[in-house]
Write a protein that binds this ligand. Structure first.
Ligand code: NAD
Length: 476
Protein backbone atom coordinates (compact mmCIF):
# COMPACT_ATOMS: atom_id res chain seq x y z
CA UNK A 1 0.00 0.00 0.00
CA UNK A 2 2.72 2.39 -0.95
CA UNK A 3 0.71 4.70 -3.13
CA UNK A 4 -2.00 6.48 -1.18
CA UNK A 5 -1.40 10.14 -2.02
CA UNK A 6 -2.48 12.30 -4.92
CA UNK A 7 -0.41 11.99 -8.07
CA UNK A 8 0.05 15.42 -9.65
CA UNK A 9 2.77 16.41 -12.11
CA UNK A 10 4.60 13.14 -11.47
CA UNK A 11 4.85 13.84 -7.73
CA UNK A 12 3.05 12.22 -4.76
CA UNK A 13 1.27 14.89 -2.72
CA UNK A 14 -0.83 14.81 0.44
CA UNK A 15 -3.12 17.55 -0.91
CA UNK A 16 -3.55 21.20 0.01
CA UNK A 17 -6.19 20.45 2.65
CA UNK A 18 -4.33 17.46 4.09
CA UNK A 19 -7.57 15.47 4.28
CA UNK A 20 -7.81 11.71 3.88
CA UNK A 21 -10.58 9.13 3.53
CA UNK A 22 -10.69 5.41 4.31
CA UNK A 23 -10.74 2.58 1.80
CA UNK A 24 -12.68 -0.44 3.08
CA UNK A 25 -12.09 -4.12 2.35
CA UNK A 26 -15.56 -5.42 1.42
CA UNK A 27 -14.60 -8.99 2.42
CA UNK A 28 -14.24 -8.18 6.13
CA UNK A 29 -15.31 -4.51 6.45
CA UNK A 30 -11.90 -3.46 7.83
CA UNK A 31 -10.07 -0.28 6.84
CA UNK A 32 -7.32 -1.14 4.33
CA UNK A 33 -5.70 2.28 4.42
CA UNK A 34 -6.52 5.94 4.05
CA UNK A 35 -6.04 7.91 0.86
CA UNK A 36 -5.40 11.63 0.33
CA UNK A 37 -8.52 13.51 -0.70
CA UNK A 38 -8.03 16.06 -3.48
CA UNK A 39 -9.30 19.61 -2.98
CA UNK A 40 -10.36 22.18 -5.54
CA UNK A 41 -6.82 23.66 -5.41
CA UNK A 42 -5.35 20.23 -6.12
CA UNK A 43 -7.65 19.95 -9.13
CA UNK A 44 -6.36 23.31 -10.40
CA UNK A 45 -2.76 22.15 -9.89
CA UNK A 46 -3.50 18.99 -11.88
CA UNK A 47 -4.89 21.05 -14.77
CA UNK A 48 -1.75 23.22 -14.77
CA UNK A 49 0.42 20.10 -14.83
CA UNK A 50 -1.61 18.56 -17.64
CA UNK A 51 -1.48 21.76 -19.67
CA UNK A 52 2.30 21.96 -19.27
CA UNK A 53 2.68 18.36 -20.46
CA UNK A 54 0.34 18.76 -23.43
CA UNK A 55 2.45 20.41 -26.14
CA UNK A 56 5.42 18.06 -25.78
CA UNK A 57 3.27 14.91 -25.83
CA UNK A 58 1.00 16.06 -28.65
CA UNK A 59 4.13 16.98 -30.63
CA UNK A 60 5.69 13.53 -30.35
CA UNK A 61 5.33 11.22 -33.30
CA UNK A 62 2.58 8.61 -33.20
CA UNK A 63 5.31 5.95 -33.11
CA UNK A 64 6.88 7.48 -29.97
CA UNK A 65 3.49 7.49 -28.23
CA UNK A 66 2.87 3.94 -29.39
CA UNK A 67 6.19 2.71 -27.93
CA UNK A 68 5.31 4.11 -24.48
CA UNK A 69 1.87 2.46 -24.55
CA UNK A 70 3.33 -0.85 -25.68
CA UNK A 71 5.82 -0.71 -22.82
CA UNK A 72 2.93 -0.06 -20.40
CA UNK A 73 1.25 -3.21 -21.74
CA UNK A 74 4.41 -5.29 -21.31
CA UNK A 75 4.97 -4.05 -17.76
CA UNK A 76 1.37 -4.62 -16.75
CA UNK A 77 1.44 -8.18 -18.13
CA UNK A 78 4.53 -8.83 -15.97
CA UNK A 79 2.68 -7.56 -12.88
CA UNK A 80 -0.82 -8.94 -13.48
CA UNK A 81 -0.85 -10.83 -10.22
CA UNK A 82 0.02 -7.73 -8.16
CA UNK A 83 -2.78 -5.79 -9.81
CA UNK A 84 -5.23 -8.66 -9.37
CA UNK A 85 -4.47 -8.79 -5.64
CA UNK A 86 -4.97 -5.07 -5.21
CA UNK A 87 -8.27 -5.28 -7.11
CA UNK A 88 -9.43 -8.10 -4.79
CA UNK A 89 -8.41 -6.13 -1.73
CA UNK A 90 -10.35 -2.98 -2.49
CA UNK A 91 -13.16 -4.29 -4.69
CA UNK A 92 -13.69 -7.79 -3.29
CA UNK A 93 -14.09 -9.69 -6.58
CA UNK A 94 -12.78 -13.26 -6.73
CA UNK A 95 -9.33 -14.06 -8.17
CA UNK A 96 -10.56 -15.31 -11.60
CA UNK A 97 -12.49 -12.06 -12.09
CA UNK A 98 -9.58 -9.98 -10.77
CA UNK A 99 -6.95 -11.57 -13.02
CA UNK A 100 -9.44 -11.32 -15.90
CA UNK A 101 -9.85 -7.62 -15.23
CA UNK A 102 -6.10 -6.97 -14.92
CA UNK A 103 -5.53 -8.70 -18.28
CA UNK A 104 -8.41 -6.82 -19.93
CA UNK A 105 -7.03 -3.56 -18.49
CA UNK A 106 -3.53 -4.25 -19.87
CA UNK A 107 -4.96 -5.10 -23.30
CA UNK A 108 -6.13 -1.51 -23.74
CA UNK A 109 -2.48 -0.39 -23.68
CA UNK A 110 -1.62 -2.92 -26.37
CA UNK A 111 -4.63 -2.14 -28.53
CA UNK A 112 -4.12 1.62 -28.40
CA UNK A 113 -0.37 1.30 -28.93
CA UNK A 114 -1.44 -0.22 -32.25
CA UNK A 115 -4.14 2.39 -32.91
CA UNK A 116 -1.82 5.31 -32.10
CA UNK A 117 -0.11 4.84 -35.46
CA UNK A 118 -3.37 4.48 -37.41
CA UNK A 119 -4.99 7.89 -37.06
CA UNK A 120 -6.32 7.92 -40.59
CA UNK A 121 -7.33 11.18 -42.22
CA UNK A 122 -8.58 11.83 -45.72
CA UNK A 123 -7.76 13.87 -48.79
CA UNK A 124 -10.15 14.32 -51.68
CA UNK A 125 -11.28 16.84 -54.32
CA UNK A 126 -14.27 19.02 -53.47
CA UNK A 127 -16.87 18.07 -56.11
CA UNK A 128 -17.82 21.64 -57.06
CA UNK A 129 -14.70 23.78 -56.59
CA UNK A 130 -12.04 21.18 -57.17
CA UNK A 131 -10.20 22.40 -54.03
CA UNK A 132 -8.61 19.75 -51.86
CA UNK A 133 -10.54 18.64 -48.77
CA UNK A 134 -7.91 17.62 -46.20
CA UNK A 135 -9.25 15.97 -43.04
CA UNK A 136 -7.12 15.13 -40.02
CA UNK A 137 -7.59 14.26 -36.35
CA UNK A 138 -5.86 16.41 -33.76
CA UNK A 139 -5.57 15.81 -30.00
CA UNK A 140 -8.60 17.45 -28.38
CA UNK A 141 -6.84 18.73 -25.24
CA UNK A 142 -6.96 17.92 -21.53
CA UNK A 143 -9.33 15.06 -20.71
CA UNK A 144 -10.99 14.57 -17.33
CA UNK A 145 -11.65 10.88 -16.73
CA UNK A 146 -14.09 9.72 -14.03
CA UNK A 147 -14.33 6.01 -13.28
CA UNK A 148 -16.52 3.65 -11.21
CA UNK A 149 -15.57 1.07 -8.58
CA UNK A 150 -16.66 -2.11 -10.36
CA UNK A 151 -13.54 -2.33 -12.58
CA UNK A 152 -10.87 -0.29 -10.74
CA UNK A 153 -8.19 -0.98 -13.38
CA UNK A 154 -9.96 -1.55 -16.69
CA UNK A 155 -12.34 1.42 -16.61
CA UNK A 156 -9.26 3.62 -16.16
CA UNK A 157 -7.01 2.08 -18.81
CA UNK A 158 -9.91 2.00 -21.31
CA UNK A 159 -9.76 5.83 -21.15
CA UNK A 160 -6.07 6.55 -20.41
CA UNK A 161 -4.72 4.46 -23.31
CA UNK A 162 -6.80 6.06 -26.12
CA UNK A 163 -6.29 9.55 -24.67
CA UNK A 164 -2.51 9.10 -24.64
CA UNK A 165 -2.58 7.50 -28.08
CA UNK A 166 -4.42 10.56 -29.39
CA UNK A 167 -1.91 12.94 -27.77
CA UNK A 168 -4.01 14.18 -24.80
CA UNK A 169 -3.01 14.67 -21.16
CA UNK A 170 -5.44 13.30 -18.55
CA UNK A 171 -6.65 13.80 -14.99
CA UNK A 172 -8.33 10.74 -13.48
CA UNK A 173 -10.82 10.80 -10.63
CA UNK A 174 -11.15 7.15 -9.57
CA UNK A 175 -14.11 5.95 -7.51
CA UNK A 176 -13.68 6.71 -3.81
CA UNK A 177 -14.36 3.03 -2.97
CA UNK A 178 -11.43 1.81 -5.13
CA UNK A 179 -8.68 4.41 -5.69
CA UNK A 180 -5.69 2.16 -4.90
CA UNK A 181 -5.42 0.26 -8.21
CA UNK A 182 -5.29 3.44 -10.29
CA UNK A 183 -2.67 4.96 -7.97
CA UNK A 184 -0.58 1.78 -8.23
CA UNK A 185 -0.61 2.09 -12.00
CA UNK A 186 1.28 5.42 -11.90
CA UNK A 187 4.79 4.09 -11.15
CA UNK A 188 4.29 1.60 -13.97
CA UNK A 189 3.38 4.38 -16.39
CA UNK A 190 6.43 6.38 -15.26
CA UNK A 191 8.60 3.35 -15.97
CA UNK A 192 6.97 2.98 -19.38
CA UNK A 193 8.09 6.52 -20.23
CA UNK A 194 4.97 8.60 -19.55
CA UNK A 195 6.29 12.12 -18.88
CA UNK A 196 5.39 13.97 -15.70
CA UNK A 197 2.11 15.83 -15.73
CA UNK A 198 0.66 13.78 -18.58
CA UNK A 199 -1.35 11.48 -16.29
CA UNK A 200 -2.60 12.77 -12.93
CA UNK A 201 -4.75 10.95 -10.36
CA UNK A 202 -7.05 12.71 -7.92
CA UNK A 203 -8.92 10.49 -5.48
CA UNK A 204 -11.36 12.65 -3.57
CA UNK A 205 -14.19 12.50 -1.08
CA UNK A 206 -15.59 15.66 -2.69
CA UNK A 207 -16.05 14.39 -6.25
CA UNK A 208 -18.64 16.91 -7.27
CA UNK A 209 -16.60 19.99 -6.24
CA UNK A 210 -13.35 18.92 -7.87
CA UNK A 211 -14.99 17.64 -11.05
CA UNK A 212 -17.05 20.83 -11.41
CA UNK A 213 -13.87 22.88 -10.99
CA UNK A 214 -12.16 20.95 -13.76
CA UNK A 215 -15.13 21.00 -16.12
CA UNK A 216 -15.43 24.77 -15.79
CA UNK A 217 -11.78 25.37 -16.75
CA UNK A 218 -11.52 26.34 -20.41
CA UNK A 219 -8.31 24.32 -20.85
CA UNK A 220 -10.23 21.06 -20.31
CA UNK A 221 -11.79 19.82 -23.58
CA UNK A 222 -13.03 16.28 -22.92
CA UNK A 223 -14.98 14.65 -20.11
CA UNK A 224 -15.05 10.87 -20.24
CA UNK A 225 -17.22 9.27 -17.58
CA UNK A 226 -18.15 5.71 -16.70
CA UNK A 227 -20.76 5.30 -14.00
CA UNK A 228 -24.44 5.65 -13.30
CA UNK A 229 -26.86 7.35 -15.67
CA UNK A 230 -27.90 9.67 -12.83
CA UNK A 231 -24.37 11.08 -12.35
CA UNK A 232 -23.78 11.03 -16.12
CA UNK A 233 -26.77 13.34 -16.63
CA UNK A 234 -25.36 15.80 -14.05
CA UNK A 235 -21.97 15.79 -15.75
CA UNK A 236 -23.56 16.40 -19.15
CA UNK A 237 -25.17 19.52 -17.68
CA UNK A 238 -21.80 20.67 -16.29
CA UNK A 239 -20.08 19.86 -19.59
CA UNK A 240 -22.53 22.06 -21.44
CA UNK A 241 -21.10 25.29 -19.99
CA UNK A 242 -17.73 24.87 -21.71
CA UNK A 243 -19.25 22.78 -24.56
CA UNK A 244 -16.92 19.87 -23.72
CA UNK A 245 -16.68 16.71 -25.77
CA UNK A 246 -18.55 14.14 -23.65
CA UNK A 247 -17.97 10.39 -23.64
CA UNK A 248 -20.50 8.70 -21.36
CA UNK A 249 -20.55 5.00 -20.48
CA UNK A 250 -23.60 4.75 -18.27
CA UNK A 251 -25.95 2.21 -16.73
CA UNK A 252 -27.63 -0.74 -18.38
CA UNK A 253 -30.61 -3.06 -18.02
CA UNK A 254 -29.52 -5.87 -20.32
CA UNK A 255 -32.14 -8.28 -21.66
CA UNK A 256 -31.07 -11.84 -22.42
CA UNK A 257 -33.35 -13.76 -24.79
CA UNK A 258 -33.32 -17.55 -24.96
CA UNK A 259 -35.38 -18.46 -28.03
CA UNK A 260 -37.31 -21.72 -28.35
CA UNK A 261 -34.72 -23.45 -30.54
CA UNK A 262 -31.67 -22.39 -28.47
CA UNK A 263 -29.10 -24.96 -27.39
CA UNK A 264 -29.97 -24.97 -23.69
CA UNK A 265 -26.49 -25.83 -22.46
CA UNK A 266 -24.95 -23.03 -24.55
CA UNK A 267 -27.61 -20.64 -23.26
CA UNK A 268 -27.01 -21.65 -19.63
CA UNK A 269 -23.24 -21.20 -19.97
CA UNK A 270 -23.74 -17.87 -21.75
CA UNK A 271 -26.15 -16.73 -19.06
CA UNK A 272 -23.68 -17.67 -16.33
CA UNK A 273 -21.06 -15.51 -18.02
CA UNK A 274 -23.41 -12.62 -18.79
CA UNK A 275 -24.91 -12.70 -15.30
CA UNK A 276 -22.09 -13.76 -12.99
CA UNK A 277 -18.91 -12.23 -14.43
CA UNK A 278 -17.77 -9.78 -11.76
CA UNK A 279 -20.53 -11.28 -9.53
CA UNK A 280 -23.13 -9.35 -11.46
CA UNK A 281 -21.54 -5.97 -10.65
CA UNK A 282 -21.22 -5.06 -14.31
CA UNK A 283 -23.07 -2.65 -16.55
CA UNK A 284 -23.16 -5.53 -19.06
CA UNK A 285 -24.74 -7.99 -16.60
CA UNK A 286 -27.86 -9.79 -17.88
CA UNK A 287 -30.62 -8.10 -15.88
CA UNK A 288 -33.80 -9.47 -17.47
CA UNK A 289 -33.62 -13.09 -18.60
CA UNK A 290 -36.46 -14.01 -20.99
CA UNK A 291 -36.80 -17.74 -21.72
CA UNK A 292 -39.30 -19.39 -24.09
CA UNK A 293 -42.05 -21.24 -22.22
CA UNK A 294 -41.25 -24.61 -23.84
CA UNK A 295 -37.71 -24.68 -22.42
CA UNK A 296 -37.94 -22.52 -19.32
CA UNK A 297 -38.19 -25.43 -16.85
CA UNK A 298 -35.10 -27.20 -18.15
CA UNK A 299 -33.19 -23.90 -18.45
CA UNK A 300 -34.08 -22.85 -14.90
CA UNK A 301 -33.12 -26.27 -13.47
CA UNK A 302 -29.73 -26.24 -15.18
CA UNK A 303 -29.02 -22.60 -14.35
CA UNK A 304 -29.95 -23.20 -10.70
CA UNK A 305 -27.52 -26.12 -10.52
CA UNK A 306 -24.69 -23.98 -11.92
CA UNK A 307 -25.48 -21.15 -9.52
CA UNK A 308 -25.58 -23.50 -6.52
CA UNK A 309 -22.14 -24.83 -7.46
CA UNK A 310 -20.46 -21.42 -7.23
CA UNK A 311 -18.27 -21.02 -4.17
CA UNK A 312 -18.79 -17.77 -2.29
CA UNK A 313 -16.05 -16.35 -0.04
CA UNK A 314 -13.00 -14.15 0.25
CA UNK A 315 -11.64 -13.40 -3.23
CA UNK A 316 -8.11 -14.36 -2.15
CA UNK A 317 -9.19 -17.99 -1.63
CA UNK A 318 -8.20 -19.72 -4.91
CA UNK A 319 -11.35 -21.90 -4.92
CA UNK A 320 -13.73 -18.96 -4.57
CA UNK A 321 -15.66 -17.72 -7.61
CA UNK A 322 -17.92 -15.15 -5.94
CA UNK A 323 -16.58 -12.48 -3.60
CA UNK A 324 -18.50 -9.89 -1.57
CA UNK A 325 -20.45 -7.00 -3.04
CA UNK A 326 -18.82 -3.58 -2.80
CA UNK A 327 -20.63 -2.19 0.25
CA UNK A 328 -23.63 -2.42 2.58
CA UNK A 329 -25.85 -0.18 0.43
CA UNK A 330 -25.32 -2.29 -2.66
CA UNK A 331 -26.08 -5.47 -0.74
CA UNK A 332 -29.24 -3.97 0.77
CA UNK A 333 -30.35 -2.92 -2.70
CA UNK A 334 -29.80 -6.42 -4.14
CA UNK A 335 -31.53 -8.11 -1.18
CA UNK A 336 -34.41 -5.63 -1.51
CA UNK A 337 -34.88 -6.53 -5.19
CA UNK A 338 -35.24 -10.21 -4.27
CA UNK A 339 -37.72 -9.57 -1.45
CA UNK A 340 -39.74 -7.28 -3.72
CA UNK A 341 -39.88 -9.81 -6.61
CA UNK A 342 -40.91 -12.68 -4.30
CA UNK A 343 -43.60 -10.54 -2.67
CA UNK A 344 -45.03 -9.93 -6.17
CA UNK A 345 -45.10 -13.64 -7.08
CA UNK A 346 -41.57 -14.66 -8.25
CA UNK A 347 -40.38 -18.19 -7.35
CA UNK A 348 -37.05 -18.55 -5.51
CA UNK A 349 -34.90 -21.53 -6.65
CA UNK A 350 -31.69 -20.87 -4.75
CA UNK A 351 -30.03 -18.15 -2.65
CA UNK A 352 -32.04 -15.16 -1.52
CA UNK A 353 -30.75 -14.95 2.03
CA UNK A 354 -28.18 -12.49 3.41
CA UNK A 355 -25.53 -14.54 5.25
CA UNK A 356 -24.46 -13.68 8.79
CA UNK A 357 -21.00 -12.41 9.64
CA UNK A 358 -18.60 -9.81 8.34
CA UNK A 359 -18.28 -8.95 4.65
CA UNK A 360 -20.91 -7.77 2.18
CA UNK A 361 -21.71 -11.22 0.82
CA UNK A 362 -24.85 -12.21 -1.05
CA UNK A 363 -25.44 -15.71 -2.44
CA UNK A 364 -25.98 -16.56 -6.13
CA UNK A 365 -29.75 -16.40 -6.47
CA UNK A 366 -32.21 -17.63 -9.11
CA UNK A 367 -35.76 -16.34 -9.44
CA UNK A 368 -38.28 -17.44 -12.05
CA UNK A 369 -41.74 -16.15 -12.99
CA UNK A 370 -40.51 -12.66 -12.12
CA UNK A 371 -43.50 -10.32 -12.61
CA UNK A 372 -43.04 -7.35 -14.96
CA UNK A 373 -43.80 -4.88 -12.18
CA UNK A 374 -40.87 -6.10 -10.03
CA UNK A 375 -38.26 -3.46 -9.25
CA UNK A 376 -35.45 -5.65 -10.63
CA UNK A 377 -37.08 -5.56 -14.08
CA UNK A 378 -36.76 -1.78 -14.24
CA UNK A 379 -33.51 -1.14 -12.31
CA UNK A 380 -30.00 -2.52 -12.60
CA UNK A 381 -29.65 -5.37 -10.08
CA UNK A 382 -25.83 -5.08 -9.97
CA UNK A 383 -25.52 -8.32 -8.03
CA UNK A 384 -25.63 -12.13 -8.34
CA UNK A 385 -29.37 -12.48 -8.96
CA UNK A 386 -30.70 -14.17 -12.12
CA UNK A 387 -34.27 -12.93 -12.71
CA UNK A 388 -36.10 -15.13 -15.22
CA UNK A 389 -39.30 -14.26 -17.07
CA UNK A 390 -41.15 -16.59 -19.44
CA UNK A 391 -42.28 -15.60 -22.94
CA UNK A 392 -44.34 -17.18 -25.72
CA UNK A 393 -44.38 -14.63 -28.50
CA UNK A 394 -41.21 -13.37 -30.19
CA UNK A 395 -42.68 -10.01 -31.22
CA UNK A 396 -43.85 -9.35 -27.66
CA UNK A 397 -40.49 -10.26 -26.11
CA UNK A 398 -38.57 -7.99 -28.50
CA UNK A 399 -40.94 -5.18 -27.53
CA UNK A 400 -40.40 -5.92 -23.82
CA UNK A 401 -36.63 -6.11 -24.28
CA UNK A 402 -36.64 -2.64 -25.86
CA UNK A 403 -39.04 -1.21 -23.28
CA UNK A 404 -36.42 0.59 -21.18
CA UNK A 405 -34.60 3.90 -21.25
CA UNK A 406 -31.31 1.94 -21.32
CA UNK A 407 -29.61 0.56 -24.43
CA UNK A 408 -26.18 -0.79 -23.53
CA UNK A 409 -26.12 -4.51 -24.30
CA UNK A 410 -28.49 -7.39 -25.06
CA UNK A 411 -27.93 -11.13 -25.51
CA UNK A 412 -29.70 -13.59 -27.83
CA UNK A 413 -29.47 -17.38 -27.87
CA UNK A 414 -30.78 -19.34 -30.87
CA UNK A 415 -29.56 -22.02 -33.28
CA UNK A 416 -31.22 -20.22 -36.19
CA UNK A 417 -28.67 -17.63 -37.33
CA UNK A 418 -30.98 -15.90 -39.79
CA UNK A 419 -33.55 -15.37 -37.05
CA UNK A 420 -30.81 -14.51 -34.54
CA UNK A 421 -29.31 -11.78 -36.71
CA UNK A 422 -32.70 -10.26 -37.42
CA UNK A 423 -33.56 -10.22 -33.69
CA UNK A 424 -30.16 -8.60 -32.93
CA UNK A 425 -30.85 -5.88 -35.49
CA UNK A 426 -34.23 -5.12 -33.94
CA UNK A 427 -32.82 -4.72 -30.44
CA UNK A 428 -32.19 -1.06 -29.57
CA UNK A 429 -28.81 -1.70 -28.00
CA UNK A 430 -25.27 -0.51 -28.70
CA UNK A 431 -23.96 -4.08 -28.37
CA UNK A 432 -25.50 -7.54 -28.76
CA UNK A 433 -24.05 -10.94 -27.85
CA UNK A 434 -25.37 -13.66 -30.20
CA UNK A 435 -24.88 -17.09 -28.60
CA UNK A 436 -22.25 -15.42 -26.39
CA UNK A 437 -22.44 -14.09 -22.86
CA UNK A 438 -19.44 -11.80 -23.24
CA UNK A 439 -19.09 -8.85 -25.59
CA UNK A 440 -16.28 -6.77 -24.01
CA UNK A 441 -13.22 -6.69 -26.25
CA UNK A 442 -10.58 -3.93 -26.51
CA UNK A 443 -10.74 -4.27 -30.30
CA UNK A 444 -14.50 -3.62 -30.47
CA UNK A 445 -16.49 -0.39 -29.95
CA UNK A 446 -17.98 -0.65 -26.46
CA UNK A 447 -20.91 1.61 -25.62
CA UNK A 448 -24.61 2.11 -25.47
CA UNK A 449 -27.46 4.04 -26.99
CA UNK A 450 -30.46 5.79 -25.41
CA UNK A 451 -29.66 6.66 -21.76
CA UNK A 452 -26.80 4.16 -21.57
CA UNK A 453 -24.42 6.69 -22.99
CA UNK A 454 -22.70 8.65 -25.70
CA UNK A 455 -19.62 7.63 -27.64
CA UNK A 456 -17.63 4.41 -27.74
CA UNK A 457 -14.56 3.02 -25.95
CA UNK A 458 -12.14 0.57 -27.51
CA UNK A 459 -12.08 -0.38 -31.18
CA UNK A 460 -11.20 2.19 -33.79
CA UNK A 461 -13.76 4.61 -32.34
CA UNK A 462 -12.15 4.80 -28.87
CA UNK A 463 -9.31 7.12 -29.87
CA UNK A 464 -11.61 9.43 -31.85
CA UNK A 465 -13.32 10.43 -28.57
CA UNK A 466 -10.07 12.25 -27.70
CA UNK A 467 -9.57 14.01 -31.02
CA UNK A 468 -10.98 16.97 -32.89
CA UNK A 469 -11.55 16.59 -36.60
CA UNK A 470 -9.96 19.40 -38.56
CA UNK A 471 -10.78 20.05 -42.21
CA UNK A 472 -8.51 22.22 -44.33
CA UNK A 473 -9.83 23.48 -47.64
CA UNK A 474 -6.69 23.87 -49.76
CA UNK A 475 -5.54 24.94 -53.19
CA UNK A 476 -2.08 24.11 -54.43
P1 NAD B 1 -21.44 6.44 -9.83
O1 NAD B 1 -22.11 7.14 -10.94
O2 NAD B 1 -22.02 6.57 -8.48
O3 NAD B 1 -19.93 6.92 -9.69
C1 NAD B 1 -19.02 6.87 -10.78
C2 NAD B 1 -17.92 7.89 -10.54
O4 NAD B 1 -18.46 9.20 -10.50
C3 NAD B 1 -17.16 7.71 -9.23
O5 NAD B 1 -15.81 8.04 -9.45
C4 NAD B 1 -17.82 8.73 -8.33
O6 NAD B 1 -16.98 9.13 -7.27
C5 NAD B 1 -18.07 9.85 -9.30
N1 NAD B 1 -19.16 10.76 -8.93
C6 NAD B 1 -20.27 10.48 -8.23
N2 NAD B 1 -21.03 11.59 -8.13
C7 NAD B 1 -20.39 12.59 -8.78
C8 NAD B 1 -20.68 13.96 -9.03
N3 NAD B 1 -21.80 14.54 -8.60
N4 NAD B 1 -19.79 14.67 -9.74
C9 NAD B 1 -18.67 14.11 -10.21
N5 NAD B 1 -18.33 12.82 -10.01
C10 NAD B 1 -19.18 12.06 -9.30
O7 NAD B 1 -21.33 4.93 -10.30
P2 NAD B 1 -20.72 3.70 -9.50
O8 NAD B 1 -21.69 3.33 -8.42
O9 NAD B 1 -19.29 3.94 -9.14
O10 NAD B 1 -20.72 2.58 -10.65
C11 NAD B 1 -21.84 1.83 -10.97
C12 NAD B 1 -22.52 2.36 -12.21
O11 NAD B 1 -21.58 2.46 -13.28
C13 NAD B 1 -23.60 1.44 -12.73
O12 NAD B 1 -24.74 2.17 -13.09
C14 NAD B 1 -22.99 0.80 -13.96
O13 NAD B 1 -23.90 0.36 -14.91
C15 NAD B 1 -22.12 1.90 -14.46
N6 NAD B 1 -21.06 1.35 -15.31
C16 NAD B 1 -21.14 1.55 -16.65
C17 NAD B 1 -20.18 1.03 -17.48
C18 NAD B 1 -20.26 1.24 -18.97
O14 NAD B 1 -19.26 1.04 -19.63
N7 NAD B 1 -21.40 1.63 -19.53
C19 NAD B 1 -19.11 0.31 -16.96
C20 NAD B 1 -19.04 0.13 -15.58
C21 NAD B 1 -20.04 0.67 -14.76
Amino acid sequence: MNYTDLYIDGVWKSGTENKRFDVINPADETVITSVASASVDDAKAAINAAQNAFADWAGRTPRERSIVLRKAFDLMMERLDDFAKLIILENGKAYPDAIGEATYAAEFFRWFSEEAVRSDGMITHAPASGARIVVQHKPAGIAVLITPWNYPAAMGTRKIAPALAAGCPVIIKPASETPLTMLALMPLLEEAGVPKGLVNVLPSSQSSAIVDTMLSDSRVRVVSFTGSTEVGRKLLHSAADQVLKPAMELGGNAPLLVLEDANIDTAVQGTMLAKMRNLGEACTAANRIYVHKNIVDEFTKKLTLEMKNLKVGNGFDPDVQIGPLINENTRNKVAGFVVDAISKGAILHTGGKVPEGKGYYYPPTVLSDVPKNSNCVHDEIFGPVAAIQTFENLEAVIKDANDTEYGLVAYVFTENMKLGMSVCERLEYGMVGLNRGLVSDPAAPFGGCKQSGLGREGGHEGMLEFTETQYISAEW
